[in-house]
Design a binder for this molecule. Structure first.
Ligand code: GLU
Length: 291
């Protein structure tokens, strides 16, 4: 079987040790299996992405000894594909417009009778304020420039008993591995109606990543364990859009000395800093625990 994996950075800051680990691991796995390592630039959030960051990330990856086929897929080139998928979901009555602000959501999710707000992979589980009753979704053309949410209750009706499973070859944050199954009860209670299109973006991380992994024929998604919980969302979208579910390899996160996961702002762990200090690519591999 062909093996195709990818590294999908967002050019919102420097490549740091955590990204380097993810990219090296994916590249090593592709090499060990005679497969392909692809790069994809996740630049849908144009307010935060910069072409200078993209150039520096590519330069650091090449310095680390990685290579990849060109042209590179760029999410900002794929807005029509995202729009088409949204339209398909909209026409099937699976999406609804939502005008709630973060503050509205926090306020209604923590209403006294509700107890502490539940949080899922996308933050506070949406309390459903804008959700239309089942079967009464607006149809026609989907509106632009307003958030569109996926109605998980409608999705569960559409998909019926389709099992929500994927194969984990790495490990989730609690060492979950092997065939991972998520119940619809969990999806509805603990994940909720996630946003599939953000205003001024026309898509979301979840929608784009699913469509792009399918378009690039990815057979193994390699990424940090922080995204493990989001995988159930990706499986649902794959089922709804008739796309294959790849294998997943979630890996441990590289942490700073205080045990916190590295952030884009953590310039001290930027690969550029190690390069400037005279480190070699082999030193970086050692630092992240790779042979
Ligand atoms: N663009 C995401 C990030 O930089 C990676 C998403 C993924 O690998 O699915 O964290």
């Amino acid at each position: 079987m062909t093996f195709i994996t990818r590294f999908a950075p967002s050019p919102t800051g420097p490549l740091h040790l955590g990204h380097a680990y993810s990219a090296l691991l994916a590249h090593d796995m592709a090499q060990a299996r005679g497969g392909t390592f692809l790069l994809r630039i996740e630049d849908i959030d144009q307010s935060r992405c910069r072409t200078e960051w993209e150039a520096r990330i590519l330069d650091d990856l090449a310095w680390l000894g990685l290579n990849w086929p060109t042209p590179i897929m760029r999410q900002s080139d794929r807005l029509p594909e995202y729009r088409d998928a949204l339209l398909t979901l909209w026409q099937r009555g699976l999406l609804y417009p939502c005008s709630c602000t973060r503050r509205d959501i926090a306020a209604s999710a923590s209403a006294p009778q509700e107890g502490a707000p539940l949080t899922g992979p996308d933050g506070i589980v949406y309390p459903g304020t804008c959700r239309p009753p089942l079967g009464s979704h607006p149809l026609g053309t989907s509106p632009e420039d307003i958030a569109l949410r996926l109605d998980m209750r409608a999705a569960s009706q559409t998909l019926g008993n389709t099992p929500l499973t994927f194969n984990e070859t790495g490990a989730g944050p609690d060492e979950e591995a092997g065939i991972i199954t998520t119940s619809w009860g969990h999806v509805i209670q603990r994940i909720g109606d996630i946003v599939l299109a953000r205003p001024a973006m026309g898509t979301s991380y979840h929608l784009s990543v699913v469509l792009d992994d399918a378009a690039q024929d990815i057979t193994m998604v390699t990424r940090g364990a922080d995204l493990f919980e989001a995988t159930a969302i990706h499986v649902i979208l794959q089922r709804l859009l008739n796309l294959p579910t790849p294998n997943y390899h979630h890996h441990r996160l590289i942490r700073d000395d205080a045990g916190k996961r590295l952030a884009k702002r953590d310039d001290a762990r930027a690969i550029a800093k190690y390069r400037a200090d005279g480190a070699t690519p082999a030193d970086v591999r050692r630092l992240v625990g790779l042979p």
